[in-house]
Design a binder for this molecule. Structure first.
Ligand SMILES: Nc1ncnc2c1ncn2[C@@H]1O[C@H](COP(=O)(O)OP(=O)(O)OP(=O)(O)O)[C@@H](O)[C@H]1O
Length: 200
């Protein structure tokens, strides 16, 4: 599903990572780990075509990332901590709109209940707490159809129950055949991953 080959990214003359090579198959979860500033988010941004490699290749289902392509956007679902929201649409309305744009009608309320925020469906996203908003952002990423799910520190801001929910949601996604790649500072998430990409 995701193939990263001899990938090198530099900031100025300074290499972030060099000749990085790994693959993530459908049904697998990869954890990208390493200290602050080592290049985890940069790698994820390259995968979603929001940044570029200096050398090497990233292929998703054999194709170079291209966020202008509808086909690419249909396959890749990402939560990189930069979620924008409409000020006057509720949590449920955001998810209904997102699902409609992907041509699906899942049970939005059930997904919110599963994420522990079933009581927040009629709230505006900007009124949510940090952890509630993170759960909402993750539901938005996980509820739509996808083949590759890209998550930047999904544990960010979450309490223990929230982290347990994310772990279960990621396991459910891989069980249905999606590939997941996540940057994480969670030892537990890293230990559970099928593929470990250590940039440290
Ligand atoms: N557009 C940019 N211009 C200059 N420096 C950048 C740019 N993007 C990233 N960097 C630098 O690249 C390095 C890696 O950043 P990145 O966000 O990928 O790290 P990270 O491993 O995700 O860190 P953290 O664990 O803190 O989230 C940092 O030193 C960052 O300042």
């Amino acid at each position: 599903m995701l193939s990263v080959t001899y990938a090198t990214r530099r900031i100025g003359a300074q290499p972030l990572f060099t000749a990085l090579t790994f693959t993530v198959e459908r049904g697998e979860c990869a954890a990208v780990v390493g200290p602050n500033g080592v290049g985890k988010s940069s790698l994820l941004r390259i995968i979603v075509d929001d940044d570029h490699l200096d050398e090497g290749t990233v292929l998703i289902d054999g194709r170079t990332p291209n966020d202008r392509s509808q086909g690419f956007r249909a396959i890749v679902a990402a939560e990189l901590g930069d979620q924008a929201v409409f000020y006057d649409s509720t949590v449920r309305e955001h998810l209904d709109l997102l699902c409609a744009s992907h041509g699906v009608r899942p049970n939005v309320d059930a997904a919110l209940i599963d994420a522990g925020i079933g009581d927040l469906a009629d709230r505006f996203p900007h009124t949510l707490s940090t952890g509630q908003r993170q759960r909402f952002a993750l539901v938005a990423t996980l509820i739509r159809p996808s083949g590759l799910i890209v998550l930047d520190e999904p544990e960010r801001g979450l309490d223990v129950d929230g982290q347990t929910w994310v772990a279960q949601a990621v396991a459910a996604a891989t069980a249905r055949g999606a590939a997941v790649v996540m940057a994480t500072h969670s030892r537990e998430f890293a230990d559970r991953a099928d593929v470990l990409v250590d940039l440290g």
